[in-house]
Design a protein around this ligand. Structure first.
Ligand code: AHR
Length: 647
């Protein structure tokens, strides 16, 4: 194969092109969000049930139950954990939490532990609670004490620091709050809103788990889509994600029954998402709920106004003027008077699901019309099937999703080439090769569903991604010749402004969906082969696209050529075939550097990075010798990023 590269660029690469899609799908609570305790505040559970005690167990004769407290900690947190120490108890007695499928104990860290407590009936008890991290055999790995008083009948919060003395490799550790049984025998204590935090990314209070955050930041994403995905929608209107329930003190966050089979604490709330975006240098692509719940109910047109207002308030929380808007004043009171960056707002999610198309017409009309006139500086994305039904006002941007096979991705790298250049922009907001079985894409692993990305699936995605970079009609490539010039924009060539793999994260012990870009357990983070594809594209994105001979749509070799700061050429070559192939590049540039680098991701088609083989496949860098005509031998199943200077 010979590829002739143009001397001139055709269009700028959007600076937003590569980013991340996040929703809480076994990925927020117990994942990116740093809190280590599961069911820390008994949110949304039914008192008196064993389910209400999820992740909790009694220690040494204590009797525990979740109760609806007669004096609730807050309106949002009506439930408490009642701990009764029976008469005649000796030794430490109390309650333990097993975390999110384990708790990592690290002696290099100082943990911050806290809880609220009150004695429902005043007593003369005065004594210490031991707050500890314990191995499964009861060995105390680190502890602190805090004085409790039986006179304390109103809620009070206590906070301790724990620096463990050892770092066991096992993660089936427990967080334990206990009292000396002899001293506390016969006492009843109510507890609420426990918390255990390790150090967080950038030391943020209520922040992100460091190793997961570092992995995500390493990709240098330029945007972060949140909070869903399905998890925006709720199964019912009442259980939709509501921004105002996710901000402010943790005691004022009720949590919600999420869409992925578990209760969301909403500790990772709107403000935390926005700080996270700032900390990583990403812009949000934020969704607002648009009147459709995943269970199939739509808000009637006559009743929609309050929901549009809630979306306005959500946006004002992000960018509003604190002197003019109460939500913006709330943001300011939380320590961020300046508006956050916000350019794109997504209206709903997948408005092609179930019966949502039958109501999306009026829902879109109300949300888009009002939001566009209220925030003319923002752009709003539609999420229904492209023009089916036709929406009014016409969407400026669409979010399209595709879960398919590796082969589908390779064969659809021209998906955007034929789409109209009419000013409409596209966000490829969810895509992933998730199965090798085209007849059962969402089926089980036994039927071809992938548990982790494989080299084959990741390389298929890479082929597709070369098309997202290209996204220019052949005819335009021929007609338009623009010299390489940073910052130069032409007409409507940038039709794909953003793209993100989905889902982003999963806990390997509690997963609702596979495969994911990054997997983790209590102690480790597993960067998948698709993660490395995303990272290679993101870190080598260039600023101008340079046309070249087009690949065959049905072939097995794909490429894209970009330039960076006029003096660097970056060529991405994808070989989805199971044997190596040579591609010869013919370059029109003068002053081609005599050496460059090749970063190559390759491996056996079915190879995966997983907990058992975490580093099976990762990019390897070597040197190349570019020239005006130079052959490159692309290994089987590979993505290669070739970089060299020109002058
Ligand atoms: O990424 C998983 C799910 O796939 C998302 O929640 C939803 O938008 C899509 O159907």
């Amino acid at each position: 194969t010979t590829v002739t590269v143009s001397a001139t660029a055709s269009h700028p690469i959007p600076t937003t092109l590569w980013g991340q899609m996040f929703e809480d799908i076994s990925s927020g609570d117990g994942g990116l969000y740093g809190e280590l305790l599961q069911n820390r505040a008994f949110q949304q559970v039914t008192p008196g049930t064993s389910a209400a005690l999820n992740a909790w167990s009694a220690v040494n004769r204590a009797s525990i139950s979740v109760v609806a407290d007669s004096t609730p900690l807050s309106n949002a947190l009506p439930n408490a954990l009642r701990v009764q120490i029976p008469s005649g108890t000796t030794g430490q007695s109390g309650v333990a939490n097993s975390g999110f499928f384990g708790i990592r104990v690290n002696s290099a860290w100082t943990y911050t532990a806290s809880f609220f407590y009150r004695f429902p009936t005043a007593s003369s008890f005065r004594g210490n609670a031991q707050v500890s991290l314990q191995a499964s055999n009861g060995q105390v790995l680190g502890s602190a004490t805090v004085a409790l008083s039986g006179a304390q009948t109103s809620w009070t919060q206590v906070t301790v620091k724990i620096t463990p003395t050892s770092s066991p490799s096992a993660t089936n550790n427990l967080f334990v709050v206990s009292l000396d049984g002899a001293a506390a025998s016969g006492q009843t204590i109510n507890f609420g809103l426990f918390s255990l935090f390790p150090p967080t990314f950038k030391d943020r209070a209520n922040g992100m788990r460091m190793d997961i955050a570092e992995a995500l930041a390493e990709m240098q994403p330029s945007f972060f889509r949140f909070p869903g995905g399905n998890n925006l929608e709720g199964q019912t209107t009442a259980t939709r994600w509501q921004w105002n329930n996710t901000v402010g003190p943790l005691t004022s966050r009720p949590g919600r029954v999420g869409d992925w089979g578990y209760i969301n604490t909403d500790g990772l709330g709107l403000f935390e998402y926005l700080l996270w975006c700032e900390d990583v240098g990403m812009q949000p692509i934020m969704a607002v709920w648009d009147g459709f719940a995943l269970g199939g109910t739509s808000v009637a047109e006559a009743a929609i106004s309050p929901f549009v207002q809630q979306a306005i308030d959500q946006i004002n929380f992000v960018i509003g003027d604190p002197t003019k808007s109460a939500p913006a004043a709330l943001r300011s009171s939380l320590g961020h008077p300046a508006p956050f960056t916000l350019n794109h707002v997504e209206i709903g999610n997948e408005d092609f699901i179930g019966n949502s198309p039958s109501t999306v017409g009026y829902r879109w009309n109300h949300f888009a019309t009002t939001l566009r006139s209220t925030f003319p500086q923002l752009r709003f994305l539609a999420t229904s099937d492209l023009n089916s039904p036709v929406l009014s006002p016409q969407p400026q941007e669409w979010d399209l999703h595709v879960y398919q096979t590796p082969t589908w991705f390779a064969q659809n790298s021209f998906m955007y080439d034929g789409m109209a250049r009419d000013g409409t922009l596209y966000f490829e907001g969810e895509y992933a090769a998730i199965s090798t079985n085209p007849n059962d894409i969402f089926g089980s692993p036994a039927d071809g569903r992938l548990t982790f990305p494989t080299v084959q699936s990741s390389v298929g995605e890479a082929a597709f991604m070369t098309g997202l970079e290209r996204k220019l009609l052949v005819v335009l490539v021929v007609i338009i010749c623009i010299p390489i010039h940073p910052g130069h924009h032409i007409g409507n060539s940038d039709i794909v402004f953003a793209a993100s793999y989905a889902p982003l994260l999963n806990h390997v012990s509690n997963s609702q969906w596979t495969p994911n870009l990054v997997s983790f357990d209590s102690a480790n983070v597993y960067r998948s082969t698709s993660f490395y594809v995303q990272k290679l594209f993101s870190l080598n994105r260039g600023d101008q696209y340079i046309p070249s001979t087009l690949p065959s749509q049905t072939g097995t070799l794909f490429w894209s050529v970009v330039s960076k700061q006029t003096n660097t050429i970056i060529i991405k070559v994808v070989n989805v075939a199971t044997s190596a192939q040579t591609v010869t590049f013919r370059l029109p540039f003068s002053g081609i550097a005599s050496t460059g680098t090749a970063q190559v991701l390759t491996g056996a088609a079915t190879a995966s990075n997983s907990p058992t083989t975490p580093n099976a496949v990762s990019p390897v860098t070597s040197s190349i010798e570019p020239a005006s005509t130079f052959p490159y031998n692309a290994p089987a199943n590979s993505l290669s990023v070739l970089t060299f200077g020109i002058n």
